[in-house]
Design a protein around this ligand. Structure first.
Ligand code: FES
Length: 374
């Protein structure tokens, strides 16, 4: 085991062997990791989580997050990895690491998770683009296994058919659970025979999906399938998440039931900021990170705290900058802030004054934060 600072936090990594490597498409691979008996506890996970892998690339140690595609009941850790740009670290990782090799892997993390409700009749709708299918595959397998009454709809977008990963698994699941799972594939760079499935998953497409697929509900003639939706899962790039999350919200799904996982840094708010605040200038900010204390002066409160600290060059932990990943979680020890959106913190954490710096606006002239949570 070794410890490493990752996203500003001390993270533990363990040496695991690659048990199986499989190429799914030209650019996508599946890895199964072998977890030794004494590490089984450390690698227990929930559907929707990811692990971070550390490896050397061009003389540097780099770390990337990869979502788990297996479900917890399968008692194995499988990852879905898209190689991406040929010069990038992930492409190097995919071409240089093979079955039998050992790699450094963190314990599973992430909050793109759902509370299991085996006794309820639930309707869950998911939107995935490209490799964004990975955590959703884990969720769907898990729900089909544990929640006999939940029905699932998946809308899965890819550029072309050849890039569609996990089709076999998804089609098999749909065949086995035809009454509870429906999968629809969309392509943005080649025209399927039915024009409906041509194009990106965006607000316009969501309107069509609601009107043409999620309409009459056989189980309740009074309402539509969309009216019965309990949870929405969205995974892909920031622009797609933003478009679909806002569209789902405008179509009546409460924000707390719209869950998303972002696969890249996104320098934008998922939901537009609707509130306005009295202008404050020359805000005194003291914060602690990795045992060091820093003092900064924010010019005003027009922008969020994390963004201002990053512009000024302070070493603060972050990843998504959109209130999703939790990397910038800190404790508000003094002062007042407005947490604009929160996709990450639990009610309990909020009650203990935990905030996300990337989503917080200063509301008092003096603020004290602590990024060292443990
Ligand atoms: S940086 Fe991801 S939640 Fe703030």
């Amino acid at each position: 085991m070794k410890q490493q600072i990752y996203k500003g936090k001390l993270t533990q990594f363990y040496r695991l062997k690659i048990a199986k490597k499989q190429q799914l498409t030209k650019n996508t691979f599946s890895l199964e990791l072998e977890v030794p008996g004494d590490l089984q506890k450390n690698f227990e996970f929930e559907a929707g989580q990811y692990v971070s892998i550390q490896f050397r690339h061009r003389g540097e140690e780099i770390i990337h997050d990869y979502s788990i595609t297996s479900a917890p009941y399968e008692k194995k850790i499988c990852l879905g990895i898209k190689a991406g740009s040929p010069d990038g670290g992930t492409a190097y990782f995919c071409s240089h690491y093979n079955e039998g090799d050992e790699i450094w892997v963190s314990e599973p993390a992430g909050r793109f998770t759902l509370v299991s409700k085996p006794s309820e009749f639930r309707t869950i709708v998911a939107f995935a683009a490209g490799i964004g299918i990975t955590p959703i595959l884990s969720h769907f397998k898990n729900i089909l296994h544990h929640e006999r009454r939940t029905r699932l709809f998946l809308f899965f977008g890819n550029k072309i058919v050849e890039e569609l990963a996990y089709r076999e698994q998804l089609d098999n699941l749909a065949r086995m659970h035809g009454d509870r799972l429906q999968v629809f594939y969309f392509f943005s760079q080649e025209k399927p025979s039915n024009h409906f499935f041509y194009g990106r998953l965006d607000e316009k497409k969501l309107n069509l999906i609601i009107n043409q697929i999620l309409h009459l509900d056989d189980t309740d003639e009074e309402s539509t399938i969309w009216d019965a939706v309990d949870e929405v899962l969205i995974c892909g790039k920031g622009e797609m998440i933003k478009a679909l999350a806002n569209a789902c919200y405008h179509h009546g799904i409460p924000k707390k039931n719209i869950h998303f996982e972002l696969f890249e840094e996104f320098n934008d708010d998922i939901y537009p900021v609707e509130k306005e605040f009295p202008l404050l200038e020359n805000i005194e900010l003291e914060f602690k990170s990795l045992g060091k204390t820093y003092t900064a002066e924010l010019p005003d409160n027009r922008d969020k705290i994390l963004q201002q600290l990053l512009i000024a060059g302070y070493p603060v932990p972050y990843s998504c900058k959109s209130g999703i990943c939790g990397s910038c979680e800190c404790i508000l020890e003094e002062g007042d802030v407005e947490l604009l959106e929160n996709e990450y913190l639990t009610e309990n954490e909020e009650a203990k004054n935990h905030i996300l710096a990337c989503m917080s606006i200063a509301k008092s002239p003096k603020i004290k934060l602590n990024f060292d949570l443990s």
